[in-house]
Design a protein around this ligand. Structure first.
Ligand SMILES: [Zn+2]
Length: 378
């Protein structure tokens, strides 16, 4: 397929493998424009532009026997945006794979890639792309992994006052492990970077190893893992320890080897921040135990476990006030202390707000300024 809209950075012109793997300079950037002669390129570009405008976190291209469905995840929920002709499955897949620098001749095995988009207003968006062969063609999912404004302050995370205090205390310890846990897409990286932003000063050496680096933070040494050439979380971690580190960030603790290295780093005077896919703070300790980490190491090294969830917020422009009987709220499981926080509330009625929907939002819920935002902590 003729591909006129892909522009390659000069550094990508050489074939020398970069030691840091998925470094940004090696990622081809794609200019997003609606003006292209190829109808498939035009179609894909217009879907991507629509996704950018809607603040979509994931784009799903799903071939089925009857239809080729395109769904977007907006504010945590999937929504069908359009269906395409079945005859377009191969062409759209090929286009997305070209953009993601995948092997377009390989249709039988899963592939991973990355797309860097340059929007008309010079805004850059990074997508992690995954292609999987399904019964009726390749299902391709694009996940937004970078937003120019995705770096937020700790006080924008939606933490309660006392939670924020505990988080800050752990971040200011010279050593120990701070673990941020939660499901995929719950904003773990965002919370982690909110912490890093605070620690990122001239006097502190911060190194991160991630899969891949999702948020760029100037002043921090960021490394993307590259399993193809043997650059794992653990190998990077060992090298960091030889580079006079103060703060070490491990994108995710996935195995015992990495967990042990993290603990060793924490016990030798370094602050270690990492994430884990668990559902609660207590489950996290059990997970580490089952991984094979010795209990005395868990007890001495872990200084804080944060378990977080993504919450949708009502749109401030259109939320509508409704009066409901207070006893209904109590029946739903709210506590008396919760009701006391509602400003306009007495023993019989409570004023709450419900979702409406307007031009500023999707179905009455706020388009979160940052896609992976953790708004509530449990
Ligand atoms: Zn609204």
């Amino acid at each position: 397929m003729h591909d006129s809209s892909v522009s390659v950075h000069p550094s990508a012109a050489t074939n020398v493998p970069h030691p840091l793997g998925n470094s940004k300079s090696l990622v081809t950037s794609v200019q997003l424009t609606a003006f292209d002669n190829d109808p498939v390129v035009k179609l894909v570009n217009s879907l991507l532009m629509q996704a950018v405008q809607l603040g979509v976190s994931d784009l799903h291209f799903e071939p089925d026997e009857q239809l080729y469905r395109v769904r977007f995840r907006i504010d945590g929920l999937l929504k069908q945006m359009t269906t395409l002709l079945l005859s377009l499955i191969a062409k759209v897949s090929a286009r997305l794979k070209i953009m993601a620098q995948m092997d377009i001749s390989e249709r039988r095995l899963p592939q991973d890639g990355r797309i860097k988009l340059l929007t008309a207003d010079n805004h850059t968006l990074d997508y992690r792309v995954s292609a999987i062969p399904t019964l009726f063609g390749e299902k391709i999912v694009l996940r937004v992994i970078d937003c120019a404004d995705s770096l937020v302050d700790i006080n924008e995370l939606g933490l309660e006052q006392d939670q924020q205090q505990i988080f800050l205390q752990a971040l200011h310890q010279p050593q120990g492990i701070v673990l941020i846990t939660g499901p995929t897409g719950s904003g773990k990286t965002l919370s982690l970077y909110a912490g890093l932003k605070l620690l990122n000063t001239e006097t502190t050496n911060i190194s991160t190893v991630e899969d891949p680096v999702e948020i760029n933070l100037s002043g921090v040494n960021q490394v993307s893992i590259n399993p193809k050439i043997g650059l794992s979380f653990n190998t990077a971690l060992k090298s960091f320890l030889r580079q006079d580190p103060d703060v070490i960030v491990i994108g995710e603790i996935r195995d015992l080897e990495t967990a042990d290295s993290a603990i060793r780093a924490a016990q030798t005077g370094h602050l270690v921040l990492s994430t884990l896919h668990t559902n609660s703070a207590t489950e996290t300790l059990a997970r580490l135990h089952h991984m094979g980490v010795a209990d005395f190491n868990i007890a001495t090294a872990i200084s804080l476990v944060v378990a977080q969830r993504l919450a949708r917020r009502l749109c401030v422009h259109c939320k509508k006030r409704v009066d409901v009987p207070s006893h209904s709220l109590l029946q739903m499981g709210f506590l008396d202390s919760d009701l006391k926080q509602i400003s306009d509330c007495d023993s019989t009625h409570s004023a709450i707000f419900e979702a409406m929907g307007c031009e500023h939002c999707t179905d009455g819920f706020d388009l979160l300024p940052s896609l992976n935002r953790g708004d509530s902590y449990s």
